[in-house]
Design a protein around this ligand. Sequence first.
Ligand code: SAM
Length: 222
Amino acid sequence: MDLNSLHRKELVEKLQSAGIKDKEVLKAIGRVKRELFVKDEFKKYSYDNIALPLNSNQTISQPFTVAFMTELLEIKPDDKVLEVGTGSGYQSAILKELGAKVYSIERIKELYNSSKEKLFKLGYNVNLKNDDGTKGWIENAPFDKIIVTAGSPRIPKQLLDQLSIGGRMVIPVGDEVTQKLLLVKKIQSEDEKDKEPKYKFKTYEDFKFVPLIGEEGWTISN
Ligand code: SAM
């Protein structure tokens, strides 16, 4: 076993002790080579349970956060999943390992280009777009699952609209420093088909994401 495989195995054990239970999610983390999504100078920290810097002032999320958000989504093979914030492409790779059909949007061209090249090289067939993901991806909606990997001041209405009935979305909502992670379930019973769908929310405390910038996110320009 090479050193990275060993470190990956140790990371999976750490995530399990930290409360991640979904065996398929743990297996996916155990399969994806995180070092391939990390900048050269940080490769030695690839299997530490920490977020790491990417180009353009962005980050690859902490492995626990990736595992926790993915577990909340309850991904089933062939689920159509929208990711907002491709970043390094690591989360997309995890979703592909779970058998999802993945649509991922990144607003920064440099990251879009590098994740596209990397995912293609690794054989992950992910549909990618360089755009503001707060608008969703209307041509491919609705989505069974939506994962937003940047912190938002609110839940973008267009993402709620593009979530399937029975679908789940995870999104960090808060200020620009800390956020609560929201799990949103969209519900509509057979006898309420003529009414607006309902939403159920569950909140998980204290996460730190880079800001979601866009039409229905923060308005900082860079
Ligand atoms: N999922 C990523 C990964 O696995 O590496 C982590 C992404 S990083 C924490 C958040 C990403 O969201 C950044 O790359 C940032 O540029 C992107 N982002 C921020 N606002 C966005 C928006 N409105 N649409 C698409 N991407 C956005």
